[in-house]
Design a protein around this ligand. Structure first.
Ligand code: GLN
Length: 709
C-alpha cells in the first residue's frame, strides 16, 4: 500500500480557517446540534473560500458520486485503504463543499475518500484534483433540486473533459453514467449492473432509443453509444476480471446493490494501488454504514434499518425484502435533502409488498398511504416514527426510510437508548386500510387496432366491455411519477365494478387505437421530443376525433399543444389537440407546490393541488379555456393553470394529479363512460388533500424555487 502523502504547508489564513472549521464543528457537536461538519465547514469556507483546494493540496483523493450508494461505496473504499483512522472521509454523508472541507480539516495529511453530491462534482474535482473519480449510477432523485437527470450527466461531461491526471471508475451498465464519463480521457469501466433502467430509455447522446439486450447486459443506441467492455464485473456473488479470473465477494452487507457498490470500490482501490485480495478481505467486515443495515431495538421491537430514497433504490430493496414476512414500516419525508416532491412513490412497485402489512409513517405518510391504497397493500398510518415501529405488534420489522426520515429515526433512537417506548402498540392515526386488489397492468397492448368510437360510452357497471386506459409512452413521459394517473383511474373504475384494461404503452410499438382514456405524463426535454416525434404518426389524433378522453401532464400537456420547446429552446410542432403553445419561460424554472382554484366555467369544482417542475410556459389560444386560476405557484405562467377543450385536458400538476385530486379522476371517468361515477370512500385522499392545502399556505413554500441550470 502506498504511504499517505504529506500535505503541503497551509497559508496562515487557510490554517485559521481549518482551525475555525474544527472549533465550530466541535462546539456544534457539544451543543448536540448535529455532526457539526456542515456548520464548521461553512465557517471555514467563509474565512477562506479556497479552503478545499488548500486542504486538498498534496494529498491523494478519491471522489465518489452518483445517485445511490455513495455513502456505502465511500465506506467500503475507506476500509480497503486501511480504515477510518488512516483516511480522511466524510463518513456521515455531508457531501457538499462544507462537509468536504470539514472532513479534510479533521484529518490533515491523510489520503481522502470523499462522497460528493452529484451537482458538485465539477467544483470538488477542480479543487481537489483527485486521482480517482467514481461514478456509480444516475437516476431520478430530488428532481426539484437537480432538475433533470440528463442535465446532471451533462455536468459530469463538462467536469471530466480533460481530466488527464486521474482515472474515472464508471459503471458500464448505466447508459447515463457512460455518457457522463465518456469525455474523460482515462476510464476504468466496471460491470456493476443496474436494475433500474427507466431513466435511460432515451439515449442521452442522440435522444434516440437505447436498446437493452433481452436477458443480457449489453445495450446500445443508434448513435454508437454502447456498453463499453468492463475491466471488472459483478457476476452473481463473484467479481470477474478482464482475464476471466473469478474471486468470491464475501460481504457482511446484504443485497445485490451492495455487491455492486463493493465492485466499484474494489476498482477504485486497485487504481490507488491496493491489491485486490487485501481490499476484498477489508471490505468483508463492513457490516453497518451509518446505521444502514443495522438491527436496532425499540421497546420490544427489533427493526432492521434500511434506506431507500428513490425508485432505483427501492427497486433493489424490494428484491432484498422479497420472501420475508415481517411487517414493513416505511418512513417518508419530503424536506430539501429528500426532494420536495414525493410523486416518485408512484414509480416504486409497492404492489410487490401485497400480502405484507405496511405501516406508513414520516411527514409524508399520507402520500404513501394513498399510493399503498392503489397498490392493494394493507396498511396503517402512524405519524410518529417510533410509534410506527411498535404499531404492527410484531417483534421484528423491516424499517425503510428515505433520507431525512432515516436520520430522524436514528436520532430519536439514540435519544432513548434501550428505554421501552410503549408497552401496548398505539392506535393508528387512521384506520388500517385493506383495499381491493390492485388492477393488473398490461405492458404489451393486447390489440392495437379497432375504433374507439364503436365501444365508447359504455356503462361502468355493465361489466361486459372493458374500459381501456392507455398510459402513453411511460418510458419517455414517466419521469415524474405520472404513470400513477393510470393506476388511479383504472382502480377507481374497477372498485365501482367496471372491467378495466390498463395498458402501459411504451414507445417503439404501435399505440393502441381503441383507448377510452389516454394519459400522457411529464418527462425531460429530450424524451419529450422523442415522444412528440413518435406520436405525430400515431392513432392519437383519430382517438381524439372520436371523442376519447385525454389528459396530458406537463411535458404531456405541452405535447398536446401546437408547439413546444426542445432542450435548446427551439420551437417544435406539437400534436395540436389543444390550442396552446409552450415556450421556455423567463427566469427560474417553476418548481414547487401548485394550488389552483377552478374557474366557474371549468368542469372541475374543487381546488387543484399538486407539484410543478417545468421550465416551459404555456400560452392559451382562443379555442381552449384554462382549468383554474393559480393561488400559489406558476402554472401556465400567466396566472392560470392548465387548459381544456372538449375531452382533452392539460395540466402542470404532478403528484400524480389524479391521486391528489380524485374529483379530477372521476371527471375523466365520467367523460369516458357517459355516467356519473358512484362515490368512493376517499378518506385517505381527503386526508392528503387537507394536509397539502394546509402546507401550501406555509411561507416556507415561497422559498422553494430553484434556478434554471
Ligand atoms: N421538460 C419540460 C419542461 O421543463 C417538462 C417537464 C415536466 O414534464 N415536468 O418544461
Amino acid at each position: 500500500m502506498t504511504p499517505p502523502a504529506t500535505t503541503a504547508p497551509l497559508t496562515g489564513r487557510a490554517r485559521a480557517a481549518a482551525w475555525a472549521t474544527l472549533a465550530v464543528g466541535g462546539l456544534s457537536r457539544r451543543l448536540k446540534m448535529g455532526s457539526g461538519s456542515v456548520v464548521g465547514g461553512r465557517v471555514g469556507l467563509a474565512l477562506e473560500p479556497d479552503l478545499l483546494a488548500r486542504l486538498g493540496r498534496g494529498r491523494t483523493a478519491a471522489l465518489v458520486t452518483g445517485t445511490n450508494g455513495k455513502t456505502t461505496t465511500t465506506r467500503l473504499l475507506v476500509s480497503a485503504l486501511g480504515g477510518t483512522g488512516r483516511v480522511a472521509t466524510n463518513a456521515v454523508g455531508s457531501n457538499l463543499p462544507a462537509g468536504l472541507a470539514a472532513a479534510l480539516a479533521a484529518a490533515p495529511g491523510l489520503r481522502a475518500v470523499l462522497e460528493v453530491d452529484e451537482g458538485y462534482l465539477g467544483r470538488a474535482k477542480e479543487a481537489l484534483e483527485p486521482e480517482v473519480v467514481v461514478l456509480l449510477n444516475l437516476s431520478r432523485d430530488q428532481l426539484d433540486r437537480v432538475s433533470e437527470v440528463r442535465m446532471v450527466a451533462g455536468r459530469f461531461r463538462e467536469a471530466l473533459a480533460g481530466f488527464d491526471d486521474g482515472t474515472v471508475v464508471a459503471n458500464a451498465d448505466d447508459p447515463l453514467v457512460v455518457w457522463g464519463a465518456s469525455t474523460a480521457p482515462k476510464v476504468y469501466w466496471v460491470g456493476a449492473g443496474q436494475l433500474w433502467r427507466s431513466d435511460a430509455v432515451g439515449c442521452p447522446a442522440c435522444d434516440g432509443p437505447v436498446t437493452f439486450e433481452p436477458g443480457g447486459v449489453g445495450w446500445s443506441s443508434g448513435c454508437g453509444l454502447r456498453r463499453p467492455d468492463p475491466v471488472l464485473s459483478l457476476d452473481g456473488d463473484d467479481v470477474v476480471d478482464a482475464a476471466g479470473r473469478r474471486r468470491p465477494l464475501r460481504l457482511s452487507l446484504p443485497g445485490r446493490f451492495n455487491r455492486a457498490n463493493a465492485v466499484m470500490a474494489l476498482a477504485a482501490a486497485e487504481v490507488l494501488g491496493v491489491d485486490m485480495a487485501g481490499a476484498l478481505s477489508a471490505m468483508a467486515h463492513v457490516g453497518d454504514v451509518e446505521g444502514r443495515f443495522s438491527v436496532v431495538t425499540s421497546g420490544t421491537v427489533q427493526a432492521r434499518l434500511l434506506l431507500a430514497k428513490n425508485p432505483a433504490g427501492w427497486t433493489e430493496l424490494l428484491d432484498l425484502l422479497e420472501g420475508g414476512d415481517e411487517p414493513v414500516v416505511i418512513g417518508i419525508n419530503a424536506r430539501i435533502a429528500d426532494g420536495h416532491d414525493p410523486s416518485w412513490l408512484w414509480d416504486v412497485a409497492f404492489e410487490r409488498l401485497a400480502g405484507r402489512h405496511v405501516v406508513a409513517t414520516g411527514e409524508r405518510a399520507r402520500d404513501l398511504a394513498v399510493r399503498l391504497r392503489y397498490a392493494g397493500v394493507s396498511h396503517a398510518v402512524v405519524d410518529d416514527q417510533l410509534d410506527a415501529l411498535a404499531a404492527s405488534g410484531a417483534r421484528r420489522v423491516e424499517y425503510v426510510g428515505n433520507y431525512t426520515a432515516f436520520q430522524d429515526l436514528r436520532r430519536r433512537l439514540a435519544e432513548r437508548p434501550g428505554r421501552p417506548r410503549q408497552t401496548e402498540p398505539p392506535a393508528p392515526v387512521l384506520r388500517a386500510f385493506r383495499p381491493a386488489a390492485a388492477v393488473p397492468v398490461a405492458r404489451q397492448p393486447a390489440e392495437t387496432t379497432g375504433s374507439a368510437g364503436q365501444k365508447r360510452r359504455r356503462r361502468l357497471s355493465d361489466g361486459v366491455s372493458a374500459l381501456r386506459v392507455v398510459v402513453v409512452h411511460p418510458d419517455l413521459l414517466g419521469t415524474y411519477g405520472d404513470a400513477g394517473n393510470g393506476r388511479v383511474v383504472a382502480a377507481r373504475a374497477a372498485w365501482r365494478g367496471a372491467s378495466v384494461e390498463l395498458l402501459l404503452a411504451s414507445s417503439g410499438r404501435p399505440l393502441p387505437a381503441a383507448g377510452d382514456l389516454y394519459l400522457l405524463g411529464g418527462g425531460e426535454d429530450g424524451p419529450e421530443l422523442q415522444a412528440g416525434a413518435e406520436l405525430a404518426s400515431s392513432p392519437l389524433g383519430q382517438a381524439v376525433a372520436q371523442g376519447a378522453v385525454m389528459l396530458g401532464v406537463c411535458a404531456g400537456y405541452q405535447l398536446l399543444g401546437t408547439s413546444f420547446p426542445d432542450a435548446t429552446g427551439a420551437s417544435r410542432p406539437g400534436l395540436g389537440f389543444l390550442d396552446v403553445r409552450t415556450f421556455k419561460g423567463p427566469g427560474r424554472r417553476a418548481v414547487g407546490e401548485l394550488l389552483a382554484e377552478p374557474l366557474a366555467s371549468s368542469p372541475l369544482h374543487e381546488a387543484l393541488t399538486g407539484f410543478e417542475n417545468h421550465s416551459g410556459h404555456t400560452q392559451l389560444g382562443q379555442q381552449v379555456a384554462p382549468l383554474a386560476n393559480v393561488r400559489h405557484g406558476i402554472g401556465n405562467g400567466d396566472g392560470t393553470e392548465g387548459a381544456w377543450s372538449g375531452n382533452v385536458f392539460g395540466t402542470y400538476l404532478h403528484g400524480p394529479v389524479l391521486a391528489r385530486n380524485p374529483a379530477f379522476a372521476d371527471l375523466l371517468l365520467a367523460r369516458a363512460t357517459g355516467e356519473a361515477p358512484l362515490a368512493l370512500d376517499d378518506d385517505e385522499e381527503r386526508a392528503l388533500r387537507t394536509e397539502r392545502l394546509g402546507a401550501v399556505q406555509h411561507p416556507a413554500w415561497r422559498r422553494v424555487r430553484v434556478r434554471r441550470p
